[in-house]
Ligand binder design. Structure first.
Ligand code: MSP
Length: 663
């Protein structure tokens, strides 16, 4: 192994119940784990990333019965679906643990025996309120109007003789531990929640189920009439997978363990698990990282509501990297987020197609156009280049801190600020003008731009590995992906190019949200006519209650629908060049930067001097079918007002970034 724990990183996801197939919530947690694991790998750490499935307990048995399979066949089948899903969304875990694995079962028995021998497990009768969905007893104060706050179902009263773990023995220790390790549970709101819970006396934990009621579980090593409570079994996966107690992996990775969970399972991870570890004589984990819930149209996702969002559907429709980017950018880690496909499309178009896509395509186009892809190394950087260099180095440092704190959306925001700065730098340096005036300077400017693009690609690799690698390939780099480590980026001028730079097809061609096929709340599920009829009956007024697929809206003459309007791609542009067209009194040929350069022919020669137009900002319709006027192809239209005195360009109130959308 070589390195010690200092250079190691261990990350886990919850092990998912096999009573349902993976949805966007599971995908989010697992992608977060993948992103952070990739970040640490890129930082040179030995990294171990664990995920898996939780296969015991009532819930699973009930799901197997419903599907008509034996429990074993059922758990094998669903566990396999999870296992096969993760690589499809480019998740590179190191190990997939199943609680039905022999090694796991043996470790659970070992821990139970240890804690029992210590006297921390006793036999007693208990009556309590039990939620099958959560597989746990609830105290009255935890219930919401008498119902489980997660499943909104009334718990069952269960009374039986069972084994109990003396969790109460560890209450004081845990309070002190959390107080002296302020970032043990983070973000802070969840630490506070656990502390608030610990203000009440902690009850002992019922850790067994009589086999007469549930036989699908790990038998207690000290009483064969009982199986282990599913949570006591499941939590142990985090150490069984590392080969506790003697395995090298355990020794190396347990001291740096970090868990990721959503808020739904805070109590088992924030309270049961540290107490179990303490009782077994094992050091607590390092951090518990807790995120919020993805809701759909402000409500919970559930099979019965038919609003389960399936990760593969979205990844197939929009591309895997775009899907991963959206999840990490749109959720503030720790808070809930509302999923809509419209917001995914918006992010796609503005951040990926516009900002990132344009930076790459315009830069590569220029390098290919002006230098045939062969940039010479340059060190003749001027003040404005150094400013861009400093900004990019600063971003790298801030990004590292933000990633370590799990504030992924902030890390992405600063990367996008850097992309914005690079786009602005190009606008200011005007390489297209340098092309005719100063080749040396042009070479330096394009060097600066490609250095920033390289940094951006490395910072984006944990989030969007395919995209980052494609960009690095276009840059002509010899080492790409994981092999291009984070500490290599803070060195401008050391790019190891083995090929000329190249341009490729657009990374993210703009997409339109296909409202007809994909209603906002249903992911990729098609609207069924029946659903629409139901909605009408209920008088819903959301997008769902709109016209049936294929049904025409009642048209009023002269009015267009919002959908028709939204088809227009209207953007802010900056005029870069303006020329008269020989033989035409009316027409001017303009080159306009609308996030990319376009030639547009405009009928304003009678009203504007070409010189006055340079650097003016205008409003452009960008998605008109091209037309050829006086031998010049025009790809877009510039908006202007006209009255009896003349024609006036429409200009934005404040200077806006070229390519900004008009809404
Ligand atoms: N089997 C237990 C965990 C045992 S860990 C020792 C379990 N499984 S689960 O299948 O219900 O998964 C819960 C986890 O899935 C959440 O903590 C979260 O990571 C993820 N999510 C499930 N639904 C989610 C959302 N709607 N939003 C975000 N994440 C959610 O609990």
């Amino acid at each position: 192994m070589g390195k010690n724990s200092q250079d190691s990183f261990y990350i886990t996801t919850p092990i998912y119940y096999v009573n349902a197939e993976p949805h966007i919530g599971h995908a989010y947690t697992t992608i977060v784990a993948d992103v952070i694991a990739r970040f640490y790998r890129l930082s040179g750490f030995d990294t171990f990333f664990l995920t898996g499935t939780d296969e015991h307990g009532n819930k699973v048995v009930e799901a197997a019965e419903k599907s008509g399979e034996t429990v074993k066949t059922y758990v094998d089948r669903i566990s396999q679906i999870f296992k096969e899903t993760w690589p499809k969304i480019n998740i590179k875990h190191d190990y997939f643990v199943r609680t039905t694995d022999k090694n796991h079962k043996d470790t659970v028995s070992k821990i139970l025996s240890q804690v029992y021998a210590k006297g921390d497990i006793y036999f007693s009768e208990y009556e309590g309120k039990y939620c099958i969905g959560c597989e746990r007893f609830y105290t009255d104060t935890e219930l919401l109007n008498g119902k489980c706050p997660i499943h909104l179902a009334e718990p069952k009263i269960i009374s039986e003789e069972n084994y109990f773990f003396r969790m109460s023995n560890y209450q004081e220790w845990l309070i002190n531990y959390i107080k002296s390790n302020p970032d043990f549970i983070r973000p802070e709101r969840y630490r506070n929640e656990v502390i608030a819970f610990l203000r009440e006396p902690l009850e002992d934990l019922c850790i067994s189920r009589p086999k007469t009621r549930l036989s699908w579980g790990i038998p207690l090593p000290f009483d064969d009439n009982y199986v282990t409570y599913v949570w006591f079994d499941a939590l142990i996966n985090y150490i069984s997978a590392l080969g506790y107690p003697d395995g090298d992996l355990f020794k190396k990775f347990w001291p740096v363990a970090q868990h990721i969970i959503a808020k739904d399972i805070l109590k088992p991870h924030g309270i049961f698990w540290p107490c179990m570890l303490k009782a077994a004589g094992i050091e607590p984990y390092q951090h518990l990282n807790v995120h919020g819930y993805w809701n759909v149209n402000m409500g919970k996702m559930s099979k019965s509501l038919g609003n389960i969002v399936k990760p593969m559907d979205l990844a197939t429709k929009y591309g895997l990297d775009a899907f991963r980017y959206f999840l990490l950018r749109d959720m503030v880690f720790g808070l809930d987020s509302d999923f809509t496909e419209e917001s995914l499309v918006k992010r796609f178009n503005s951040d990926l197609a516009n900002d990132l896509g344009n930076l790459i395509s315009r830069s590569m186009n220029m390098v290919v156009k002006y230098f045939d892809g062969k940039l010479k190394p340059s060190s003749q950087f001027k003040e404005e280049d150094i400013r861009l260099q400093d900004a990019s180095y600063r971003v790298v440092e801030e990004y590292k801190d933000m990633m370590k704190e799990f504030t992924f959306h902030k890390a992405l925001i600063i990367v996008w600020e850097l992309i914005g700065k690079a786009n602005k730098y190009i606008d200011t340096m005007k390489p297209w003008s340098l092309a005719t005036q100063n080749q040396e300077r042009l070479n330096t400017v394009l060097n600066a731009v490609t250095e920033v693009i390289k940094i951006v690609s490395v910072l984006l690799w944990p989030f969007m590995p395919h995209t980052a690698e494609k960009i690095q390939h276009q840059l002509g780099l010899g080492i790409v992906g994981e092999k291009l480590p984070l500490n290599s980026v803070k060195k401008w001028g050391e790019m190891q190019r083995v090929r000329p730079l190249s341009k490729a097809a657009a990374l993210f061609p703009r997409v339109e949200h296909d409202r007809e096929l994909t209603p906002p709340s249903l992911g990729s599920k098609k609207i069924k006519e029946q659903d629409l009829k139901e909605d009408k009956k209920k008088g819903f007024s959301s997008g769902m209650a709109g016209p049936k697929v294929g049904e025409k809206v009642k048209e009023e003459p002269g009015l267009i629908s919002l959908e028709d309007f939204q088809q227009l791609d209207i953007r802010v542009g900056t005029i870069k060049e303006a020329d008269t067209i020989p033989g035409s009194k009316k027409l001017l040929k303009l080159v306009v930067d609308i996030g990319e350069e376009r030639t547009i022919v405009a009928g304003m020669a009678a009203y504007y001097q070409t010189n006055d137009l340079i650097n003016k900002q205008v409003i452009v319709i960008a998605n008109l079918v091209p037309v050829t006027l006086m031998g010049v192809e025009s790809r877009g239209m510039i908006l202007a007002a006209e009255d009896e005195k003349g024609v006036y360009l429409l200009i934005p109130d404040k200077e806006s970034k070229p390519g900004s959308k008009i809404r």
